[in-house]
Design a protein. Structure first.
Length: 255
């Protein structure tokens, strides 16, 4: 199995780090969006309740429950309200209850279980002239909150993927160019090991690579000088042996 190169490893580690940072940022953004949407939904419910109370007070004083129901039904069509109910005073028995049946749930079930999206219902007493006519209950729409969070999450994820698709090739190019002097140093070591004792590495690139190349060149120089000295000593020894052989041959001849 061919070993994985250093640039590939660095690119893989960087990609993993970018993915983790992106996921952390995405989760943080979605949670922040949900929290802001919850506050917005609560404020919207208060505004709807404040606008609805005067109309309900007028129709309840006259006992026109049908008109009150129609008015509440129109309010439920508002996207931020999921349920609205009118409760009897003291007993809290439901007199009128309207649910939003038009909004479709487009959010995956796992997102509904994962995100803290529950919102407490808003209860407003209805009193006219000191007479208690009941309680108006408004439940902000959690579906709208989750739908907005889902849409925001998908857009953020698309943006993150697009950014990574643009960044990673550029990062790979930088890594390859940055590690090119190291690759050249490896090739120089290979050439020196194959017998090219006069070959030296180019000293360029990152400071650490320059120091490694300088150390290699110094070592290569010492080894080349040592090999030259050994070659000279070998030649001297061979010359001495040759002279000794000639001397012994001459002596044998004379004898």
């Amino acid at each position: 199995m061919r070993p994985i190169g250093l640039s590939t490893r660095l690119l893989a580690v960087t990609t993993a780090a970018l993915i983790l940072v992106t996921l952390a940022g995405l989760i943080t953004q979605v949670f922040s969006h949900v929290q802001n949407a919850r506050h917005t939904a609560e404020d919207s419910a208060r505004s709807v309740g404040a606008a609805l109370l005067p109309m309900l007070e007028q129709v309840l004083v006259t006992g026109d429950i049908e008109t009150a129901g129609q008015t509440m039904e129109r309010v439920v069509r508002h996207r931020s309200i999921d349920r609205i109910a009118l409760l009897q005073p003291k007993t809290d028995r439901v007199v009128i209850e309207i649910h939003d049946t038009e909004t479709q749930n487009e959010v995956p079930p796992w997102l509904m279980d994962w995100l803290p999206h529950e919102i407490s219902s808003l209860k407003l007493p209805i009193e006219v002239g000191g007479v208690d006519y009941g309680t108006l209950t408004l439940q902000p729409s959690t579906g709208a909150i989750l739908k907005d969070a889902w849409q925001a999450g998908k857009l953020a994820l698309f943006g993150a993927l697009l950014s990574m698709a643009l960044i990673l090739p550029f990062l790979a190019l930088i890594l390859r160019r940055g590690l090119q002097p190291l690759s050249e140093l490896v090739r120089s070591v290979d050439r020196f090991g194959q017998g090219a004792l006069s070959h030296r590495a180019d000293e360029h690139g990152a400071p650490e690579i320059i120091r490694a190349a300088t150390a290699f060149n110094q070592m290569a120089g010492r080894i080349e000088n040592l090999m030259a000295d050994l070659g000279a000593a070998k030649a001297a020894a061979e010359s001495a042996n040759s002279i000794k052989g000639e001397f012994l041959a001459n002596m044998s001849h004379e004898i």
